[in-house]
Ligand binder design. Structure first.
Ligand code: SF4
Length: 193
């Protein structure tokens, strides 16, 4: 898949309008708000999570609940903030009871995200959690073993780290994530982004 192919006819306005009325899967029927994405539309670093949670669904923004606060802290640790990155999810509507998005829901939704990636043209992709890494890096991606490692995704640098929700559930994973963040920070410096 060419996630980064630019389409000169696509624009953020068109994408927001097309995506905003999407009912391509069952998650559209139970959402309060579609959670499109947020951040710097010319960002060099793009974070991709799996789907909105309760607070995100209510507010229409990604990573605004407790996991979002932790993501902000993670960004601060490497001298980044939300104004410098773009943040989006694999699915734009909340899966009921925060279950994993089903394969058919991911397939129905992924086109919105690939259009976002094509518009942002990030140099570095960071996948938050197993689901996003399995979609973009490889289907058998093991987050416990392969977080923090660099992969090539369509010629771009890509890595996965634990999802902030997983770090809230299991704080013992935080030291490993700190190492991953420092790896990301070094890469940003090396790429002069
Ligand atoms: S999850 Fe994605 S595909 Fe499903 S209704 Fe929402 S925007 Fe459309």
């Amino acid at each position: 898949m060419d996630f980064f192919k630019e389409n000169e006819n696509d624009t953020w306005e068109k994408l927001r309008a097309d995506c905003g009325r999407c009912m391509n899967c069952q998650l559209g029927r139970t959402r309060h708000n579609l959670v499109f994405g947020v951040g710097n539309e010319q960002a060099d670093v793009m974070f991709v999570g799996e789907g909105p949670g309760e607070q995100e669904d209510l507010q229409g923004e990604p990573f605004v609940g407790p996991a979002g606060k932790l993501l902000d802290t993670m960004l601060e640790l490497i001298d980044l903030d939300r104004s410098q990155v773009y943040i989006a999810n694999i699915v734009k509507c909340r899966p009921p009871r925060n279950r994993d998005p089903l394969p058919d829901e991911q397939s129905a939704c992924i086109g919105w995200l690939t259009r976002q990636i094509a518009l942002v043209q990030p140099k570095i992709l960071v996948f938050l959690g197993r689901i996003a890494a399995q979609v973009f890096i490889k289907p058998d991606f093991r987050i416990t073993r392969e977080h923090g490692q660099w992969f090539d995704v369509d010629g771009r640098r890509a890595m996965a780290m634990y999802h902030p929700s997983a770090l809230l559930r299991d704080p013992s994973k935080r030291p490993e994530t700190f190492v991953d963040l420092k790896t990301l920070q070094r890469e940003i410096k090396d790429l002069h982004v």
